[in-house]
Design a protein around this ligand. Structure first.
Ligand code: HEC
Length: 288
């Protein structure tokens, strides 16, 4: 148990320093993802994530490989699970099912919400967090929302009450004869703006033909966090870290244990190595 504690505090320390901006370019625009991550061995973070997940995601999505009684792994008692987290069923051995009928969902949102059991693995946790931090107001869309990671997605921003209404700031850099004289200069200015951005941002490059000449357009878009939500932007980012932490647990419930065992094995091996080195020294001490 002591070792468990030690390992978990080491993880918490690690998680604190990895407030990692990661970049992504998979076709489409390059995206800079910004925001904290949470630790897999932080049971409180997982519990907060579970609460968000059952309250805000199971309305539309299922997690058909996850059973409610599995939540005892994140240190919740069956009583707590029953009282606080079960809305769509009353059997604790049941899997997490959506409250919405998939047919209705298809009709309302134009797409069936995918099962979220292994979403953290297929989508990656970084991308998932960026997706949940990437919603912004877009009046051109039927839902009223758009998303930086998944443009024109059918899902509305279901956590808007927490985040408030984020918007997007768009900066376009192209040759204009005044401030910007060449395509290269436009790219340089756009890159600088992209690097300087402190919120989730994307970098896009289009080529347009103008009077037979090619003009390069560089577009930098940044999420402008809202201040009208129940949470501050920083608190919202932490809540998303918890949510994604929980979804990572759902996708692979044994991961934390495996990592702990791995660390223990490395520790024991290093003791063995030290013993072997000491033995070798002792053994050869009087030979030469
Ligand atoms: C109001 C219904 C609704 C709720 C509530 C909802 N979603 Fe969705 N979600 C959808 C729909 C519909 C899609 C599919 C949209 C599409 O393919 O255009 C979707 C898609 C997704 C995707 C895939 C995105 C992609 O790029 O393909 C993820 C991830 C996701 N949802 C996560 C969540 C999480 C996490 C929550 C809880 C915080 C949540 N959703 C709550 C309706 C919902």
């Amino acid at each position: 148990m002591k070792l468990n504690k030690l390992v978990s505090s080491a993880f918490v320390a690690l998680a604190l320093v990895t407030v990692a901006p990661a970049a992504m370019a998979a076709g489409g625009p390059e995206v800079k993802m910004v925001g904290p991550t949470a630790s897999r061995v932080d049971a409180e973070s997982l519990q907060r994530g579970a609460r968000l997940f059952v309250n805000h995601c199971l309305n539309c999505h299922s997690a058909q490989y996850m059973r409610y009684n599995r939540l005892t792994d994140i240190k919740l008692t069956p009583e707590q699970i029953k009282q606080n987290l079960m809305f769509t069923t009353d059997k604790i051995g049941d899997t997490m099912k959506a409250s919405i009928n998939p047919k209705d969902a298809k009709e309302w949102f134009g797409a069936v919400p995918p099962d979220l059991s292994v979403m953290a693995r297929s989508y990656t946790t970084e991308r998932l967090a960026a997706y949940m931090r990437g919603f912004y107001r877009d009046d051109k869309r039927e839902t009223g929302w758009n998303n930086m990671i998944s443009p024109n997605i059918g899902m509305p921003h279901v956590l808007a009450e927490m985040s408030g209404v984020p918007t997007v700031r768009e900066q376009v850099f192209k040759v204009d004869g005044k401030d910007i004289k060449t395509n290269g200069e436009a790219e340089g200015k756009a890159r600088a703006a992209f690097i300087a951005a402190t919120t989730m941002s994307s970098f896009e490059h289009h080529v347009e033909k103008k009077e037979g000449k090619e003009e390069h357009h560089y577009i930098v878009r940044s999420i402008v966090p809202a201040t009208d939500g129940k949470l501050t932007p920083t608190q919202y980012d932490v809540a998303i870290a918890d949510l994604v932490n929980f979804m990572d647990f759902v996708a692979e419930p044994h991961k934390a244990k495996r990592v702990q065992i791995g660390i223990l094995v490395m520790f024991l091996l290093s003791i063995l190595l030290a013993a072997a080195v000491w033995l070798k020294k002792e053994y050869w001490k009087d030979v030469t």
